[in-house]
Design a protein around this ligand. Structure first.
Ligand SMILES: Cc1c2[nH]c(c1CCC(=O)O)Cc1[nH]c(c(CCC(=O)O)c1C)Cc1[nH]c(c(CCC(=O)O)c1C)Cc1[nH]c(c(C)c1CCC(=O)O)C2
Length: 365
């Protein structure tokens, strides 16, 4: 049984709800990952990446590693977005140094017809078990973020059979047989909705949708093939969760990488916050949607390859660009995409320390 305790450091949740905070909260996409030697050690013990994801104790261990090193304001479930298509029977595997692949990608009309919403508890019970284990182990330290891929982003991998540089197969299907594309997206939307609901039930305190490849779509296609489905998911998510004795509100974050031109559209999903990449000017984004959504982001992960003074300067620039948070606007500091595996862990300390120090100073100025 999960013992739910209320969160102590709720700075991250307050920022997502656009309430005042003493400082700007910070976490990092891919904060548990290969740049940390302790992650590489646990991964070696697990054998491989999926071994790590499917073992709730080990998934919990790596989730907590960055929190033990740094004063982060949120934890994120250790898993992957591709667990959902795997549960749909596509056969996920990772080839060393090559990224994710599927044994049975969607190649024709019959494959599309066969696609069905998986039984979440049966096929993805290892994820909800990990959420329960992590939530217990956190013991209220910081909130736990659950996540999923967007239907479009999952469909990219499902049709391409792995990563792609030009999205030729998935875009061919989209333009040639939009009916089949919409069926893939409809089934995936239902699967993602059930999956995120199960994570919230298991203890996740916020949820994030990674639309990593939404930015590869043309204007018009983005709204039809990605946005619409993310909106359905956000609208179907519970706004709060009863934890037996207390109630938690559950904010949602939508992150379309390369989606800077569509912020107003993204705000219309009803998400609590929008993730933005480094192409976006935070001040400008705040003016466009800041009274409807909080913002999360957005320095270039490669800033972390510079020396401490330059890292600090980039942090200050992002905080100044957003401007001093006031009631009704919110900012969660993050990178504009996942942290690189080649990052020096000391650079991460410098960044987090700078976010906390400068943002406190900004509020007292
Ligand atoms: C597109 C995507 C994937 N996975 C994810 C996305 C969306 C975010 C993005 O755009 O990056 C999301 C993801 N993947 C992972 C997390 C864990 C939580 C976190 O710390 O942020 C999250 C939130 C762990 C992971 N997922 C993966 C790793 C590296 C695996 C390893 O240990 O070898 C980690 C830590 C594997 C993975 N999984 C995926 C890819 C392309 C790869 C290979 C990446 C690489 O080699 O750098 C698919």
């Amino acid at each position: 049984m999960t013992r739910f305790v209320p969160v102590q450091n709720d700075t991250f949740l307050r920022a997502l709800r656009r309430e005042t905070t003493d400082y700007t909260p910070v976490w990092l996409m891919r904060q548990a990952g290969r740049y940390l030697p302790e992650y590489r050690a646990t991964r070696a013990r697990a054998g491989n990446f999926m071994g790590l994801c499917t073992n709730p104790e080990m998934a919990c261990e790596v989730t907590l590693q960055p929190l033990d090193r740094y004063p982060l304001d949120a934890a994120i479930l250790f898993s992957d977005i591709l667990t959902v298509p795997d549960a749909m029977g596509l056969g996920l595997y990772f080839e060393e140094g090559e990224g994710p692949k599927f044994e049975r990608p969607i190649q024709n009309e019959a494959d599309v017809a066969q696609l069905a919403v998986p039984d979440i508890e049966e096929k993805l019970g290892y994820v909800t078990a990990a959420v329960r284990t992590i939530r217990s182990a956190l013991n209220g330290r910081v909130p736990l973020i659950g996540f999923s891929g967007s239907p479009w982003t999952l469909a990219c991998y499902m049709v391409e059979g792995g990563g792609s540089s030009d999205f030729r197969k998935v875009k061919t299907l989209m333009y040639k047989r939009p009916d089949l594309m919409h069926r893939i997206l409809t089934v995936t939307t239902e699967a993602v909705t059930q999956y995120l609901k199960a994570q919230v039930e298991a203890g996740a305190q916020a949820v994030m949708i990674f639309d990593s490849w939404g930015g590869a779509l043309a204007d018009g296609a983005f709204q039809k093939f990605s946005l619409q489905y993310m909106k359905q998911i956000v609208q179907a998510l519970p706004l709060e969760a009863n934890r037996g004795g207390f109630v938690e509100s559950i904010p949602s974050i939508v992150f379309t990488k390369g989606g800077g031109l569509w912020l107003e559209d993204l705000a219309s999903t009803g998400a609590s916050a929008l993730g933005v990449d480094w192409t976006v000017n935070l001040g400008n984004a705040r003016a466009r949607v800041g009274d409807r959504c909080a913002l999360q982001g957005n320095i270039d992960p490669h800033v972390l390859f510079a020396d401490p003074p330059q890292i600090q300067a980039e942090v200050a620039k992002a905080l100044e660009s957003f401007g001093t948070p006031q009631p009704g606007v919110g900012h969660v500091f993050n990178l504009g995409h996942g942290i690189s595996q080649f990052t020096n862990p000391d650079a991460v300390s410098v960044m987090i320390e700078a976010v906390h120090t400068y943002s406190r100073r900004q509020r007292s100025a």
